[in-house]
Design a protein around this ligand. Structure first.
Ligand code: SF4
Ligand code: FES
Length: 368
């Protein structure tokens, strides 16, 4: 078997610590405590190994990556090794001193998340009073530092009606790009699915709003739109395909093909404490497990889109069908596609709006 092409991006989840508690967080339910995090020297080595492997971009993520005091050192190593660095942040811990250190270290880009534009609802969703003003201040500091800024809005049943104002906030804060992303339903998002999954009318209104804004703002601001799988007829190529485009490293040093991969039973993920990133990427059995098309069963195996979407998302297939090797039920050709409609109907019937918040040491029990 020939060696796989190098990953384009490294998602460096440097910590799970975070002052916010978003109920759709992509982190696992079992969150890592500070004591279990990789030390600075190991992260510096991993960044060097990523550059050696051919990685082009590193996304510093979390949790809240600015909770790590050594973040400027990590950014500096990325810059030394010509890795494009993106900081994915809630902004609430950012101050002028830290931003200046990050700029001096060579940070290339900031992606700042907002939970809503309406302050009370944003702070209810994020679970942190006072967050909205800090986020606005962070956006102003990033603009002042002349760093490219992307605003990220995760949209769902409980904030979607504010989408026009979210787009307006992007222009007001000088963002070059905004990402409007529907919740991905695994981990905390799956726990809260009934409270988050939008109705069809909400979805259609949001999609129309994005399309109109793209025309209106052409040449001024780019709008990326991540559509919801639950209304799809064909799945997305999750992570660009398993073990094809991205490698994630968790706070504790586990290397994963995607952030939810540890939910898949029977896969033993390697640690960057024990092996180089290259050795993991090129031959680790967990990375090989769903790479390419050999693992596929029907209907994917004989489908002409099998090298377009790579069978969709393994973690979603697991969550909704019980087997990560099944076709993603977002695909209308999947025998489990009905699970999507059933989830939409359940969300439409649900009345609770109170969230199960993401908290370290408070993993909820998940029914199979
Ligand atoms: Fe993609 Fe498989 Fe559906 Fe074909 S059958 S569109 S490869 S998920
Ligand atoms: Fe794991 Fe999609 S999140 S493959």
């Amino acid at each position: 078997m020939s060696a796989p092409a190098p990953p384009m991006g490294l998602l460096a989840e440097v910590t799970h610590r975070c002052p916010l508690q978003c109920p759709y967080c992509s982190n696992p339910l079992e969150l890592e405590r500070a004591a279990g995090e990789l030390d600075t020297a190991t992260w510096l080595r991993v960044l060097g190994e990523a550059a050696d492997l051919g990685v082009l971009q590193v996304h510093f993520s979390g949790g809240e990556p600015t909770a790590r005091r050594d973040l400027p050192d990590l950014v500096r190593r990325a810059a030394e090794r010509q890795l494009y660095s993106n900081l994915i942040t809630s902004g609430v811990l950012l101050d002028e001193r830290l931003l200046a250190e990050l700029v001096e270290a060579g940070l290339d880009h900031v992606q700042l998340s907002f939970q809503d534009v309406e302050t009370a609802n944003a702070e209810r969703i994020g679970g942190l009073v006072g967050a909205q003003a800090k986020k606005r201040a962070a956006a102003a500091m990033v603009q002042q530092a002349a760093l490219p800024l992307t605003l990220n809005f995760v949209i769902h049943r409980q904030n979607m009606e504010h989408l026009p104002d979210m787009i307006a906030l992007g222009t007001e804060l000088g963002a070059e790009r905004i990402e409007v992303a529907h919740v991905q339903y695994y981990g905390w998002g799956l726990v809260n699915r009934d409270r988050l999954l939008p109705g069809r009318e909400q979805l259609e209104a949001a999609t129309a709003e994005v399309e109109a804004a793209r025309i209106r703002l052409k040449g001024r601001m780019v709008i990326d739109y991540v559509t919801p799988d639950y209304y799809a007829r064909r799945p997305k190529a999750c992570m660009g395909g398993w073990g094809r485009r991205f490698i994630n490293v968790t706070p504790a040093g586990k290397a994963l093909p995607c952030h939810a991969a540890e939910t898949i039973p029977g896969l033993d993920f390697p640690s960057v404490r024990d092996q180089s990133l290259a050795a993991i990427w090129q031959s680790d059995p967990a990375f090989e497990r769903y790479r390419g098309t050999d693992w596929m069963a029907e209907p994917c195996r004989s489908c002409d889109r099998r090298e377009v979407d790579w069978g969709g998302c393994r973690c979603q297939a697991l969550a909704l069908t019980g087997d990560a090797g099944n076709t993603d039920p977002a695909c209308a050709l999947s025998p489990h596609h009905q699970a999507m409609q059933a989830a939409i109907a359940a969300a439409d019937r649900a009345t609770a709006s109170d969230f199960v918040y993401r908290r370290i040491g408070a993993a909820p029990k998940v029914e199979a």
